[in-house]
Design a protein around this ligand. Structure first.
Ligand SMILES: Cc1ncc(C[n+]2csc(CCOP(=O)(O)OP(=O)(O)O)c2C)c(N)n1
Length: 482
């Protein structure tokens, strides 16, 4: 008999025994796969947080306790456990369930999201609201390692860590943003994860001690023990400890024997706590584990083979724009490309293949991307910043203050202009014309059709002109829907 079918709210989940959870998780994965292979969606991230979501819903008293899902592209299990199983087949369709958390949809959805990096700030706002209102409940924010690269997440941690408020952040670390995570924070988390740091430390200490005659081996044994203690007690969470959070982990996010007791303890702790959970994107579906980048947000696909159900009939606006950019870059060495964790979505992975040294993936950091481009432009380069229209909203001040008022030649190649259908409200590129046309010296251009989007002459003029230009590539209107 199906376990999932009998779960209409988290109260039903609490009636199960933890020994039944692996079976339940299998059913959840099956349900997610059945629906996403049919309608498309964020498959890999969702398959990775099944156990974590079950554990959180089992131990918390939602909706009194609050769970905030950062970005909320990984909330499918959350939806399935909170009374939306029967509508789940309507996911991402007109009039159906949203692919993200939506307060209008359920009392269990505490905050609407779709843009990365808002979770910690929103959740900490809920912590302060709780305390202002003298209420007693837990607030938990689940944030991915990709979203850890967003400035706003760090701003939120910085604020919360400076208080002694009870607040739990669960870092869901799958080592991936959409593609491989980038930058120093990702490298730090990765060191913790792989233990490379400890291996090197052990090797270097060993070499040093072996050089001391007679006592070398004994001291080496002692040092290894001390290192083990340090490994468990201090080092992995140093960054978060310094930001004022007590750190727990890293733990295996797919093993209930680790998840349940650790989470139970963490929920009892006072003050800001960060629990570091290691998960695997795509777990349970081999094709998604093999290619988590494609399965991050995929169109409908054939389950047996993992290939798209429909082949694109014509090149998209995105690929035509990037082909043109590659040609421009061949002509002008000053042209470089910048993306904020969207190498695939903006098509810049094709640029990267040709010019691996002239592309910058700055992580989920649109504000930094724009000011970084301005800095390069101030020194004679011709940066092209490729962002989705909706994510450029976050960098409006940087467009005005750092690019426009200094009259710097930065080109914005804006993808996903217009309505984006399945991803819904948070992802529509509805505002770019409105918020860019009045910016001084800004030239806003939109291709009438895909051929004009890739027109060489236009592109060369745009990218090399001594002014800012914007080309909203309205790829949402392209035939393949990409
Ligand atoms: C501001 C912003 N920029 C870019 C994106 C596109 N995007 C959606 S999910 C994602 C990766 C998120 O990675 P992570 O936080 O680790 O979560 P995971 O999906 O791995 O669970 C990105 C870059 C976004 N949603 N918001």
């Amino acid at each position: 008999m199906s376990l999932l079918k009998n779960i209409h709210s988290p109260a039903d989940l609490k009636r199960l025994s933890p020994e039944q959870f692996p079976e339940l998780c299998q059913e959840i994965r099956e349900q997610i796969l059945a629906v996403v292979s049919n309608v498309g969606g964020h498959l890999a991230s969702n398959l990775g947080v099944v156990e974590l979501t079950v554990a959180l819903q089992y131990l918390l008293e939602t909706p009194k306790d609050k769970i905030v899902w950062d970005t909320s592209n990984q909330a499918y299990t959350h939806k399935l456990l909170t009374g939306r199983r029967e509508q789940f087949h309507t996911l991402r369709q007109y009039g159906g369930l949203s692919g993200f958390c939506k307060r209008e949809e359920s009392a269990y959805d505490t905050f609407n999201a779709g843009h990365a990096g808002t979770g910690v700030s929103a959740a900490f706002g809920m912590v302060e609201a709780r305390d202002q209102r003298h209420e007693k409940h837990k607030v938990v924010c689940v944030v991915g390692d990709g979203a850890m690269t967003a400035g706003m997440t760090l701003e939120g941690l910085h604020h919360a860590g400076g208080t002694h408020k009870d607040f739990i952040v669960v870092l869901n670390d799958n080592q991936m943003s959409i593609s491989k995570n980038v930058g120093a924070i990702s490298a730090y988390l990765n060191r913790t994860f792989t233990g490379e740091f400890y291996a090197r430390m052990r090797e270097e200490t060993g070499q040093l001690l072996r050089k001391i005659p007679h006592i070398g081996l004994e001291v080496q044994k002692f040092a290894r023990r001390a290192e083990e203690l340090a490994k468990g007690a201090i080092l992995p969470g140093l960054l978060f400890e310094e930001l004022g959070f007590q750190y727990a982990g890293p733990i295996d996010g797919h093993n209930f024997e680790h998840l349940l007791p650790t989470l139970e303890n963490v929920l009892k702790m006072k003050g800001p706590v960060l629990l570091h959970v290691i998960t695997k994107k795509g777990l349970g579906y081999q094709a998604a584990m093999d290619n988590p980048v494609w399965f991050h947000a995929c169109p409908p696909f054939v389950r047996e083979t993992g290939v798209p159900a429909k082949k694109a009939s014509r090149p998209s606006y995105t690929s035509m724009a990037v082909d043109a950019l590659i040609k421009v870059a061949h002509q002008d060495k000053r042209v470089v490309a910048i993306t904020a964790a969207m190498c695939e979505g903006t098509g810049l992975n094709a640029f990267e293949k040709v010019f691996p040294d002239r592309i910058y993936d700055v992580g989920i950091a649109e504000q930094h991307a724009v000011t970084f481009a301005a800095g390069m432009a101030a020194q004679g380069m011709k940066p092209v910043v490729a962002l989705y229209s909706t994510f450029l909203q976050r960098a409006y001040d940087q467009v005005v203050h750092d690019v426009a008022t200094q009259n710097l030649p930065v080109t914005f190649c804006i993808d996903r202009g217009g309505l984006v259908a399945e991803d819904g409200t948070t992802h529509h590129g509805a505002f770019d014309f409105a918020f860019l046309r009045h910016v001084p010296n800004m030239v806003v251009a939109a291709p009438k059709m895909r051929t004009s989007c890739g027109m060489m002459k236009t592109c060369v003029e745009f990218v090399t002109a001594p002014r800012r230009c914007v080309t909203p590539a309205a790829s949402a209107w392209s035939d393949d829907g990409s």
